[in-house]
Design a protein around this ligand. Structure first.
Ligand code: WT7
Length: 602
């Protein structure tokens, strides 16, 4: 166990008493020196790190799998699949490329062409990787859905995305999709993993058999600006937003997988994020495969003992995970970590929610090295701010902008969002809190919110992309997360739109109005809490409360509220909207702030 070199520069970080951590990297980092690299880096240079494709073409699947085959690394293991119940299996780069091409042939056979959208609603399995890469190979647009979503979120996303083909398992299809099939006119085909496909679907095996006679299709002739990925994300109001990414995003996936995750060809890399979210596609599939590593993926849910065994037995060298998971590992004690041989583990990286400095410090005990935080969003497509290897870590800070990314903190107006007057923004000074903004132009920047051009336009102002996060930057350029500028909830790393939860609960006949907030939680960061006003004549009771919890869980799945409180007097704005911010302030026992726009219901 390496317990070395926790050295302080003598400077206290603005967040308090944590020392600056200066652990030497266990291997010379690919990025080299962060400051030096930032000075010289261009995205054009990063384009040159990818394999050349004919003409102006660029295709993510080519870069992720075929590239390795062409480079003579076809027999290297691309993905190792672990499962609690099934034996461990592997796919080499050559096998994965073949299977992806095979799936592209299946798509053609089913009439799904370039630009058409394909969804997966699958556990972490070989079929998920094959469907994702095969979709991109075909020039179609890949849209992952989180398997723990309930029927409501699944149907809404299939509908909004005009999804042509869904790949799922029998149980998910029957419970979440079948009934709504008539309301999904765009969904022309459904492939299920099992051989006994229910009516209206085709089995994976049959679909493959049908495509067998067809020639292996070449990689689609996509250009850098052709749409490749569609990721739904949650906002404060209205329906989920479909962030559209193009094939050029792979330039940023690859560059950050190299410069931030430090992925060398011989690495064994485990990303614990589900591919149903952007982290699980950008860094569970695409980024690492473009680096030629072996990706480990585990279908099982969190279990501290199992996770340490995976790290040990698979000889994982780079581990990308989330603060909630790290806090759960912390709860099981550093001794459990030290009871395992983690000597191969070289780099531990985190994303998705605030990484508390205690967790960074704990990393030095459990893993012998600090945990490196990274910040980004569905919209940014790739890591934008991070503690890269070799750069001193300030516990509690997300790190510095990655090379090629320009960050600003913008002064805020009364509504808490960046203030723009006549197209001009005002930048905050060191340590002043404002809205975190990025200069547009990085390759994985989202190109649209599907069918919502005005919402997309509203995300940019005065020459900046506005992130919706509040942050400050210290005098040395380290970025510190402060909070969200909106009401979006972050639970266990997943974004949850309060509106989606509110509208679902409102469908219950006993409910007249709902306000939903994120309630701080020591493990998950936040949990979803709903304040419910009951319909006239309905009396609150414990039985009804439980009924509403079950109702929510059944329809929404993982985004359902964990707590429900009855409140006959929800606070409203003068325009009649429920004031979530005030509900939250009350929940936290905080001052209620400016309530001049509030109107209490009688
Ligand atoms: C939001 C984006 C990050 C990709 C997967 C989630 C929060 C993200 C951090 C961090 C504090 C973080 C922000 C951001 N977030 N990383 N290191 N520290 N907060 O993407 O679901 O679009 O969520 O996650 O609030 O805006 P997402």
């Amino acid at each position: 166990m390496n317990t070395t070199t926790t050295s302080s520069t003598g400077r206290t970080t603005p967040s308090g008493d944590y020392p600056v951590l200066n652990h030497p990297p266990a291997r010379p980092p690919l990025i080299g020196d962060h400051a030096e690299r930032t000075r010289t880096f261009t995205w054009d240079e990063a384009r040159g790190w990818l394999a050349a494709e004919p003409g102006e073409r660029l295709n993510i699947a080519y870069q992720a799998v075929q590239r390795q085959v062409d480079a003579g690394r076809g027999s290297a293991v691309a993905v190792r699949f672990l499962d609690r119940t099934a034996p461990r299996t592997e796919l080499t780069y050559a096998e994965l490329a073949d299977a992806a091409a095979g799936f592209a042939a299946v798509l053609t056979g089913l009439g799904v062409g370039p630009g058409d959208r394909v969804c997966t609603l699958l556990p972490r399995s070989p079929e998920l990787f094959v469907a994702a890469l095969g979709t991109l190979w075909n020039g179609s647009v890949y849209c992952p859905l989180f398997p723990a979503f309930g029927p409501g979120p699944v149907r809404q996303r299939l509908d909004l995305g005009h999804v042509r083909l869904l790949v799922t398992d029998r149980a998910s299809y029957e419970r979440k999709v079948a009934e709504a099939r008539d309301d999904l006119p765009h969904l022309s085909a459904v492939v299920v993993l099992e051989d006994d496909a229910p009516p209206g679907t085709v089995s994976w095996r049959d679909a493959q058999t049908r495509a067998e006679g067809l020639p292996r299709p070449p990689v689609a002739e996509t250009g850098p600006e052709d749409p490749a990925l569609l990721h739904f994300t949650s906002g404060t109001t209205g329906r989920p937003k479909g962030a559209v990414h193009v094939h050029e995003a792979v330039v940023a996936h690859h560059a950050t997988a190299r410069m931030v995750l430090d992925l060398h060809e011989d690495d064994v890399y485990w990303c614990t994020a589900d591919p149903g979210w952007v982290t699980g596609t950008s860094y569970g599939i695409i980024g690492p495969l473009t680096c030629g590593v072996t990706v480990v993926t585990d279908a099982a849910d969190f279990d501290a003992r199992r996770w340490y065994s995976v790290l040990q037995d698979e000889q994982v060298t780079v581990f990308y995970t989330a603060p909630t998971a790290l806090r759960m590992l912390m709860r099981s004690g550093a001794d459990l970590a030290r009871a395992h041989d983690l000597s191969r583990l070289r780099h531990v990286v985190s994303v998705g929610e605030p990484l508390n400095p205690e967790a960074v410090m704990w990393g030095t005990e459990a893993f012998g090295r600090p945990i490196h935080d990274t910040w980004w969003q569905t919209e940014t497509g790739a890591i934008m701010i991070s503690n890269v290897p070799g750069m001193p870590v300030r516990p509690g800070s997300m790190g510095r902008p990655v090379p090629g990314v320009e960050v600003a903190v913008l002064a805020r107006g009364d509504d808490g969002r960046a203030l723009v007057r006549d197209g001009e923004v005002q930048r905050c000074g060191p340590d002043e809190v404002g809205e975190l903004a990025l200069r547009p132009g990085w390759p994985s920047m989202f190109r649209a919110y599907l069918d919502q051009p005005e919402r997309y336009a509203a995300a940019f102002s005065g020459g900046w992309y506005l992130s919706g996060d509040l942050a400050r930057v210290d005098a040395d350029g380290y970025v510190w997360f402060v909070g969200r500028a909106d009401d979006v909830i972050k639970s266990a790393g997943h974004l949850i739109g309060p509106f989606e939860v509110e509208s679902t609960l409102m469908e219950h006949p006993s409910v007249s109005e709902v306000g939903v907030i994120g309630k701080p939680d020591p493990l998950a960061g936040e949990i979803v809490k709903a304040f419910v006003t009951l319909a006239p004549g309905v009396e609150p009771s414990e039985a009804l409360r439980r009924e509403l919890i079950v109702f929510g869980r059944h329809r929404l799945g993982s985004v359902a509220p964990r707590e429900i409180a009855f409140d006959p007097h929800l606070p409203h704005t003068r325009s009649g909207k429920v004031m979530r911010r005030l509900l939250k302030a009350r929940e936290l026992g905080l001052p209620e702030g400016d309530t001049s726009t509030v109107e209490e219901t009688p």
